[in-house]
Each structure stands twice: as structure tokens, then as C-alpha cells.
Design a protein around this ligand. Structure first.
Ligand code: GLV
Ligand code: MN
Ligand code: MN
Length: 417
């Protein structure tokens, strides 16, 4: 235990990351674990087994968030928490979320092996559906823990096959009332999430640890464009109301609006498209787009949205199509907690690990945990900043360093009066 901080078993941690990566719906090296799919459920079981072996007590809430607790000497006061997610978007890599879950467990095990006695309990949380793949809304589990979504909205969620979240959680044996998910006030004293950066900055700067001071606020919109279909040979070009071309113009307007903000923190993506009837010799009569718009500054995000909406009105009028926007979510950004950030930096300093403060343009469960308790994130480098693709890679030494900083930070937080 050099510098008074426990060592991480980097080889074991890597072995577990590799094992979990083999539980996937997509052929390796791609990882796909969509909410409540067989792979998602088996992935959770894998982590639950490891947590049990570490002597942690397990609880699973009504939406599938899993809590693995190492009881402290003062179990009656708020616990310290860490964690992340194991669900993975289609064709993802093996580190996103997983580093925070298995790295969090490795941090707890390292503290156990070093003979550390927690005062506040330390809890590892595996959040349900950080990714929006199945129901279009991200951070489902942490959003519900923070009480940041109406339960009516949850009950109305349906996936692309029209299956409700309610049916899926029933099949997974989760039959408690949804009302029980939101955490009571003061449940945790602090939350720290370990995560790969998902961007190139730490690698470029040769800095092993990022400390997250802000997380961009995400928003998402579903846009339905209704035009007029017909025969691709017979409908004359000047008379067309092609929904797909209106969608294409709108996607370009979305890009233009984000670029016009002048801020590197504004990001807009039209990542999901459905065209109906999707046949080569038929003029598309309907298009369904999903637009992801994020910013660390709400005013800038609003300005970009206003530009997109007015472009949408102009396209609709000019092309004679109907465009209907529905907001899926519009979440405010979150700030890192100053004291927790300073603590993580101090721990890293004791380990001779350089740090830098960072903005997370990706969202994380920490976005919602910041509403529950003081929160920060520890970022580690990932090769070329690649994420959400099978080439995602983090050096085992960087993962272990991040887990070590996490262990030291959890230890201090656990003894905070
Ligand atoms: C989370 O994966 C995000 O889209 O930021
Ligand atoms: Mn992700
Ligand atoms: Mn993630």
C-alpha cells in the first residue's frame, strides 16, 4: 500500500473486463448489451456474482438498478457511492461504463485487502440503461433514482417492437412499485464515477487522470416528417413532397445551428433515421428522425434549438410537408462538487499522477447523481478518444491508476464526518 493507498490488481481487473465483453449480442470484439436483453441480464449476473464473492450485500430496485454495499462502522449515516453502467449501445466497445463498474469493484476489493475499515458504507451502483438504445431516453436508472422523471412517462415507454418497459421489467422478475426507486433525500453523502474519457484530450496531453468539473446537458427530440408518397417513376419532380429530402435538409440545418453557436461545447447529431416505405421505387412519404443536442450552457443550447426549429418551419413550408417535433428529454448540465474534485486531485497527487479538470460532453449517470449528492467523475485516457465503437481501448495501467485514485477518494469520503 504505497503512499498509504491500496494497490489495484490490474491483471484481474482486465481479465474481468475481457470476460464481461464476451457477454454480448454482437460478435466480439463488438459489444452490444441492450437493456433487458439476454446479454444485459447475463452481464448483470456476472457482476452480481463478483460482488457476492467480495462479500458485498446486494439489492436490486424495481427498475433493475443494482446496489452492492460494503457496510461501514456507521451504517446508519449516508453511504458513499461509486458505479456506472454495463449496458452497451449496438456495436460498442468493452470499456464504456464497465470501467466504472468493475473498476469500482476493484477499488473496493483493494481497500478490503489493505485492511481498510470504512466508516460510511461504500456502495457500488450498477445503473439500469445509461444508454438510450431501447427506449430513446438515456440514464433511465439514475434519472429515476434522482426522481427526475414522471412515473407516468416511465409507464408509457415502449420500444421499437411496442413492448413496454413495464412488461420487460416484469419478465426480469422486477415487480416492485416504481415509486420505490427514487432515493430518499440524503441517501448518499457523495458519488464518484470512474469512466473512460471518450475523447482524445487526456491521451494528447499525456495526463492519466481527468477530474470532471461539468457535464453537458443533453436534450433529445423525435421529429416526424409527413410528406406525400407515390411512384418513383410517375410522380413528377416539381410536384413531389418527399419526406426523406425534407429530413436531409433538416439534418444539415441541425449541423449548421450547432456550428453557429461558436462554442466547442455545443454538439448536435441526427443519429437515427427511419424512412417509410423505404423502397427504391417509392417516393418516401414519412421520415422519423432523432436529434441529440447538448451543451454545457443552457442558453447556447436554446439558441441552437431555436435556429433548428425555424429552419424546420421554413423547410416544411417550402416543401409542403408536415414536421412535428416531440421533446424526449431536455436535461440541465451538472457541475462537479468542488470538495470532491479537490479530494480526487489530492489522492492523484499522492500517487504522482498528473490531473486536469475536464468538461464531459458525453452524459453519464453522474449527471443525475449530481442531483442526489455531491458528485464528480474520474476520467482516464482512451486510445484516439474512440468510444461507442469496437475499437474502444484503454491501457490496463491507466484503468488501474483510475481505480486507485477512486479507491483513495472513496476511502477519504468514507471517513468524512
Ligand atoms: C452516453 O453514452 C452519451 O450518449 O453521452
Ligand atoms: Mn455510452
Ligand atoms: Mn458510459
Amino acid at each position: 500500500m504505497s503512499a498509504g493507498l491500496p494497490e489495484i490488481n490490474a491483471a484481474l481487473l482486465q481479465k474481468r473486463i475481457d470476460e464481461l465483453a464476451l457477454i454480448t449480442e454482437a460478435p466480439p470484439p463488438a459489444v452490444t448489451r441492450v437493456l433487458f436483453s439476454d446479454a444485459d441480464l447475463r452481464g448483470r449476473d456476472y457482476v452480481a456474482g463478483l460482488c457476492r464473492s467480495a462479500g458485498l450485500s446486494l439489492r436490486v430496485d424495481a427498475v433493475g438498478n443494482m446496489f452492492a454495499r460494503w457496510a461501514g462502522s456507521a451504517p446508519e449515516i449516508p453511504a458513499v457511492a461509486t458505479g456506472s453502467h454495463t449496458d452497451a449501445i449496438p456495436n460498442a466497445g468493452k470499456y464504456d461504463g464497465v470501467v466504472g463498474v468493475l473498476g469500482g469493484l476493484a477499488a473496493i476489493e483493494a481497500l478490503q485487502e489493505a485492511g481498510f475499515q470504512p466508516m460510511r458504507s461504500i456502495e457500488l451502483v450498477v445503473f439500469t440503461a445509461e444508454e438510450p438504445t431501447r427506449f430513446g431516453i438515456g440514464c433511465l436508472g439514475s434519472r429515476m433514482l434522482a426522481g427526475a422523471i414522471a412515473l407516468e412517462k416511465i409507464r408509457g415507454l415502449r420500444d421499437a417492437d411496442n413492448t413496454t418497459l413495464e412488461a420487460l421489467r416484469g419478465r426480469a422478475g422486477l415487480d416492485e412499485a416504481l415509486e420505490s426507486v427514487a432515493l430518499p433525500e440524503g441517501f448518499y453523502s457523495a458519488f464518484v464515477e470512474l469512466h473512460i474519457e471518450q475523447g482524445p484530450i487526456l491521451e494528447k496531453e499525456h495526463i492519466p487522470i481527468g477530474v470532471v468539473q461539468a457535464i453537458a446537458g443533453p436534450s433529445a427530440y423525435r421529429v416526424r416528417i409527413t410528406g406525400e408518397g407515390g411512384h418513383a417513376g410517375a410522380v413528377l419532380m416539381p410536384w413531389r413532397h418527399d419526406a426523406s429530402l425534407a429530413a436531409a435538409e433538416l439534418a444539415l440545418a441541425v449541423e449548421k445551428a450547432a456550428l453557429a453557436s461558436g462554442s466547442p461545447d455545443t454538439g448536435a447529431t441526427t443519429g437515427k433515421w427511419e424512412i417509410f416505405p423505404n423502397a427504391i421505387n417509392s417516393v418516401p412519404c414519412e421520415a422519423l428522425l432523432e436529434i441529440d443536442l447538448r451543451d454545457t450552457c443552457l442558453e447556447t443550447r436554446e439558441r441552437a434549438l431555436t435556429l433548428m426549429r425555424s429552419a424546420s418551419d421554413e423547410i416544411a413550408a417550402r416543401r409542403g410537408v408536415k414536421v412535428v417535433w416531440d421533446e424526449i428529454n431536455a436535461d440541465p448540465p451538472a457541475d462537479g462538487d468542488a470538495k470532491t474534485m479537490a479530494m480526487a486531485e489530492d489522492v492523484a497527487g499522492k500517487l504522482d499522477l498528473a490531473t486536469m479538470r475536464m468538461v464531459s460532453r458525453a452524459y453519464h449517470d453522474s449527471l443525475f447523481m449530481a442531483r442526489v449528492c455531491p458528485t464528480t467523475m474520474i476520467f482516464i485516457p482512451c486510445r484516439h478518444g474512440f468510444s461507442h465503437r469496437p475499437e474502444e481501448f484503454s491501457d490496463p495501467a491507466h484503468i488501474a491508476a483510475g481505480a486507485r485514485v477512486l479507491a483513495g477518494t472513496l476511502a477519504r469520503l468514507s471517513h468524512e464526518p
